[in-house]
Design a binder for this molecule. Structure first.
Ligand SMILES: NC(=O)C1=CN([C@@H]2O[C@H](COP(=O)(O)OP(=O)(O)OC[C@H]3O[C@@H](n4cnc5c(N)ncnc54)[C@H](OP(=O)(O)O)[C@@H]3O)[C@@H](O)[C@H]2O)C=CC1
Ligand SMILES: O=C1O[C@H](COP(=O)(O)O)[C@@H](O)[C@H](O)[C@H]1O
Length: 484
């Protein structure tokens, strides 16, 4: 029988950016709340050789911005972390890691790969060769898993050689966000929405993930990858799958992921005849964000590039429920605001009985805000108060659920806290299964191929705007518009 809660946590990539910004702060928050198992042990591993004390100081620095920061608690947490320098180019170094780990496997080990993806397979091979894999171990991996279907299969096969699928936890941090989980509860915890959740009542769906940041020192990773692979392949397709999936029979890893993968497999591929009408690529030029001038992507990169920092795609899910309903996906860097939301645009009522004196009858919209506000808002029609002589006065008002206001939480939880705890506790419902990743890549590959075949350019957009004009054109041709 496998252990329920793993007591040892080994973080590869412990000297990296993600560990500093997200993983150590999240582990610290969990430890402050008493959520970690008794005797929980953290081993950090990076390639750089350094004294353990120096590593502890780095961890303390990483914890300072957290809401729960307390000098004594942070010191205690950091000082308990062991550090082991290991370079996967020197597989013999896994022997030292094994010595450090000792017989901890019997109480369960979670490995977390927060390294460049090229290091995933060598780490897994090193762990396997050192006898550090087994039924009480789990492995979590950051994105991206490969850069196309073929390479993702290679990574999955290498990992699968040492870890059966139920011990593999592919991270998509959007699934750790509160409102993303709330989407499941909203859809399947209320009787209200299911009857209208289909092409008969929904005209289109918009999913926007807009960022104000630019390259942020991730030049070597981002250039050549672009927004489609960086954001759509994972986060945005996971959101789409949650919106579009059929009701799972249970809230468990198999049922939920079985339904999501059906949606991903039903995505209609793009080809060279639809690439230009159903997708737009963009790259930010110079401009201003929050009143501050910012450089263009090419200036930040130091050379011209055809990589897209913005993408808009009109997607279709070819099944009975969603036939003919466009899912407009849009993501970009250097946009006017950091905002992620899903908007469900309902159809107009079949027949209007009103001849309004003022205002017009607008179709309902439901907006699920993921960030910065965690909210659910439904725009609906009401009558304006008054005697309404000469015709009724219509107005649109909003039914608002602000999760922050509703649940007076003293702090906003980092998405990684939830995911790390689920990994430690062995619940992979909020992690991505191998077939999901591969189905997503299959669709993304069709777009990359279509772009290549049709030579689709990355159109320049001014930083601080909502992307190239062509993205407006794409949706406006269908009689809709983006919610800016
Ligand atoms: N940073 C972010 O915001 C996000 C990152 N990710 C993903 O998370 C992962 C980590 O990203 P990030 O922290 O930014 O990357 P960094 O480049 O900042 O860190 C990489 C880490 O991997 C270690 N490493 C690199 N090569 C080797 C090797 N051959 N053997 C052993 N260790 C090695 C580095 O050690 P050392 O520094 O000591 O050389 C470092 O600890 C990537 O897969 C990335 O795509 C996903 C979403 C967001
Ligand atoms: O995975 C990634 O996500 C971030 C955006 O995450 P968010 O939680 O801040 O919305 C993005 O900046 C990065 O390019 C991408 O790799």
């Amino acid at each position: 029988m496998t252990v329920e809660r793993t007591k040892t946590f080994v973080l590869f990539g412990a000297t990296g950016d993600l560990a500093k910004r997200m993983l150590f702060p999240s582990l610290y928050n969990l430890s402050c709340e008493g959520s970690l198992p008794d005797g929980f042990r953290v081993i950090g591993s990076g390639r750089t050789a350094m004294e353990t004390a120096e590593f502890h100081d780095k961890v303390i620095e990483a914890l300072k911005p957290t809401d729960l920061y307390d000098e004594a608690k942070a010191r205690k947490f950091a000082d308990a972390i062991e550090y082991y320098a290991l370079d996967t180019d020197k597989p013999e170094e896994f022997a030292g890691l094994k010595t450090m780990i000792g017989d901890a496997e019997k109480d369960g080990i979670s490995y977390y790969l927060s390294t460049p993806p090229s290091v995933f397979a060598p780490v897994v091979a090193g762990l396997e060769a050192a006898g550090l894999t087994g039924p009480h171990t789990r492995i979590a991996m950051e994105k991206p898993i490969g850069h196309d279907l073929e390479s993702s299969r290679e990574v999955n096969a290498a990992v699968g050689h040492a870890f059966p699928e139920d011990q593999v936890f592919r991270v998509d941090h959007y699934l750790g966000k509160e409102t993303v989980q709330n989407l499941i509860v909203m859809r399947f915890g209320n009787a209200l929405f299911e009857p209208v959740w289909n092409s008969r009542h929904i005209e289109h769906v918009q999913i926007t993930v807009a960022e104000t940041v630019g390259l942020e020192g991730r030049v070597s990773y981002y250039d050549g990858v672009g927004a489609l692979a960086d954001m759509v392949q994972n986060h945005m397709l996971q959101l789409l799958a949650l919106v579009a999936m059929e009701p799972p029979a249970r809230y468990d890893a198999t049922s939920v992921r079985d339904e999501k993968v059906k949606v991903l497999r039903a995505l209609r591929p793009l080809d060279s005849s639809t690439a230009a009408s159903n997708s737009v690529r963009g790259q930010y030029g110079s401009g201003a964000i929050d009143g501050q001038p910012v450089k263009s992507y090419a200036e930040e990169l130091g050379k011209p590039s055809n990589t897209e920092t913005f993408v808009a795609v009109k997607a279709f899910v070819d099944n009975w429920r969603w036939q003919g309903v466009p899912f407009y996906l849009r993501t970009g860097k250097r946009m006017p605001a950091k905002v992620s939301e899903i908007a469900i645009q309902f159809r107009q009522v079949p027949h209007s009985i009103f001849t309004p004196k003022r205002g017009s009858l607008l179709p309902n919209t439901m907006v699920v805000g993921l960030q910065p506000d965690e909210s659910i808002r439904i725009a609906m029609m009401v009558k304006q108060p008054g005697l309404d002589r000469g015709g009724i006065e219509l107005d649109e008002v909003s039914l608002d659920v602000s999760l922050a206001a509703e649940f007076d939480k003293s702090r906003r939880r980092v998405a990684y806290e939830r995911l790390l705890l689920d990994l430690i506790e062995g619940d992979n419902t909020l992690f991505v299964r191998r077939d999901e990743i591969e189905a997503a890549w299959m669709w993304i590959d069709s777009i990359h191929r279509a772009w290549e075949a049709s030579n689709l350019p990355a159109r320049t957009y001014t930083s601080g705007t909502w992307g190239p004009g062509a993205a407006q054109g794409m949706i406006e041709r269908d009689g809709a518009s983006w919610r800016d």
